[in-house]
Design a protein around this ligand. Sequence first.
Ligand SMILES: Cc1ncc(COP(=O)(O)O)c(C=O)c1O
Length: 381
Amino acid sequence: MNIAFADRLQRLPPYLFARLEELTSKKRAEGIDIIDFGIGDPDLPTPEPIIKVLQEAVTLQENHTYSSSSGELYMRQAVADFYKKRFDVDLDPDKEVCITLGSKEALANVCKAFVNAGEKVISPDPAYPVYANGAAVLSDAVPVKVPLLAEEGFLLDVERCPNDAKMLFLNYPNNPTGATCDVDYLRGVIEWCNDNEVIFCYDNAYSEMCFDGYLAPSALEAGRELIEFGSLSKTFNMTGYRIGYAVGDERLIAGLKKCKSQIDSGAPKFIQKAAAYALGMYEGRRLPKVISDNMAIYGKRRNVLVRGLRELGFDVPMPKATFYVWFDCGMDSMKFTEKMLQKGIVFTPGVGFGEAGEGFVRVALTRPLERIEEALHRMSE
Ligand SMILES: Cc1ncc(COP(=O)(O)O)c(C=O)c1O
């Protein structure tokens, strides 16, 4: 029997990090001490009180059954309450909120729900690869990549986007560049999307990872005809729990719910209990202590890394949000990361996030200070 991948799977681009992963494993096997700044997965633990709620919830039989695929009402209500406190945005938990299994699946499923084969989906470049691949390519749509330029603060210029596209993905605070935007900028994007009938998908996965008093906005502060995605993954060090949410226009939420109802059976109820408790930590607009404590740790790491890289001669912007540092490495990004790997340091080459990321490198602040200092020391040699 001939077993072949479907055309859509074959259209996925080759996995750029395969060679780097191979080299990293080889170095590890040689006994080299590897400092890994590659992956955007917090090294800090889930806050203890959240774990306690999860432990309690998992013992109760009522939490062992299927959830509604769009999430239990208490979790949808917790998301609505969070939006009210944090962004002063009102949401109907029945119609304008859907609980997701992390935001990744929802970003892919929203495309399935609204984009037909052959239609265009705009993805910024560089970007989280799911917009172009998991969403567009796996929906038989056509990804159109539009560059984010350093001289424009890595803000997407909608005037460079095709106005016959069906959907636009955008993400600030941004992975991988660490760039942020304000409500006025989002207003402009929403206006362009409305004028051109383009569905606006705003990925706000890093909305809570803010430094130095900065608070990232929700796109719903700028308009209502859009869908926004959020996640507890990075906010509460809960990447492995797979819990997030989609909020916004009830027609877009309805499409996502309809699609998801045929694909998954909802997040485990005990995870939703823990997540609802976590979001309940907000008392107002400001970040709750568990998050600001985390961000203080990432902030110290950021300062040491940015200062160290600048001393080594790199031009490194200080990110206001996310836990990524993105800088121009002055050469081919794959060659640079391979060179770093010789020193036992893993960075992510910018080209892995799209052609426009070439020449840049992403460093995730997910290693303790002493490892960052050690990496800087190795780089200086
Ligand atoms: C920009 C962006 N969006 C979404 C996600 C997905 O996160 P999760 O599925 O854990 O919510 C990530 C994860 O790295 C990301 O970087």
